[in-house]
Design a protein around this ligand. Sequence first.
Ligand code: SF4
Ligand code: SF4
Length: 401
Amino acid sequence: MSKLSEYWDAVYSCMGCGDCGYAIHSAIGKFKSCPIKEVHESPFEVYFARGKMRLAKGILDGRLPLSKELAEIIYQCTECGACHDTCHQTHNPNINLFVTRWIDHVEVWEALRQDLVKEGFAPLDQHARILKSMNDQSRLNPYERELSEKKEAISNLSGFVAEGTSEIGFFAGCTQSLMYSETLQKLGKIIEKSGIKVCKLPNEYCCGSIALRIGDMETATHLMEQNIKYFQDLGIKRIITACAGCYRTLKKDYPKYSDKELPEIINITEFLEELIENQKIQFNSSEPISVTYHDPCHLGRHMEIYDPPRNVIKAVPGVSLIEMKRNRNNAWCCGAGGGLKSQFPEMAVDIAKDRISEAIETQSSLLVTSCPFCERNLTDAISQDAEIKVIDIIDFIYSRI
Ligand code: SF4
Ligand code: SF4
């Protein structure tokens, strides 16, 4: 049985209204929903949710076979969930026709991706390269970097206690440990000052997020099992992570695929909020500054973490938080998610450019976010002479203590 067939109700709940592609966002007077449709050079139906749902109906009816060409279309999606947020079939409790069920669009896209991988029409070439690296025992990360580099980066973090000496663990993730280790060093200093003992997890595996988004369940399941065993062996009760992708995966996906007891999963913005509430962060600077905040899709729409980052930013003396026109569940995707950045990098940056323009309109000096993928893609989209800088929330807090 195909994975997609488990979502028959959801797929057939799509009424074809087109709001997921054509709803106008009144704040900006632009189409609201799908970042792919907005940047695609040929924005046909299949490049936003209504068309993808029609394709899914064709597959379920046996009229459309899976194919490589279909895979090329299905992977042109950041899995940002904006269609899910726009669709009345997701939100309107009064619509309950007999074929109607709530649609979780991202789950449908992921089911379809799993079927494409299972039938050999995916992964696409760049995704295949990434998965190869994730399965290579000397790497086990998506970046074709040696596993020893990641272990070393985590082992060298100061401010955290040694593995196994606290029930609170810090899950660094591949992206931050390999690309943003300076940010993690700063986090270590914030944690050290707070007096809270958080242990490093140098033997953590990749969380598996990228494999899940691509639809390679074999790779994802293996990584998930290894991590769960590692947490259990160490007696970890609480995990903090500063990567939005790891957070979504550990908190939302792990319980779907494992019946084992899992630690409590906390996002860094929730943890920083806790530290501030308990007066465990003392700010040293109150220099006036205007900042705006970009909601990563994996934190916002996927996990509804909207207030913690804002509360953290607003708690910093001297800071004015100026919202972009599209914010919280209406936030425009940065363009990096769902494997788009690796397979369709130009499209990913085009999406980010739109977000940067919106951030510039706020006249803020900083565009704060809390996701290494967003940070990277937004930075790739910013022009060198721009007056706004992209910064992770950890770096921002560190700059003010
Ligand atoms: S997915 Fe939802 S918003 Fe999009 S066409 Fe279908 S019913 Fe309408
Ligand atoms: S998840 Fe995002 S990119 Fe994908 S179809 Fe929906 S709105 Fe478009």
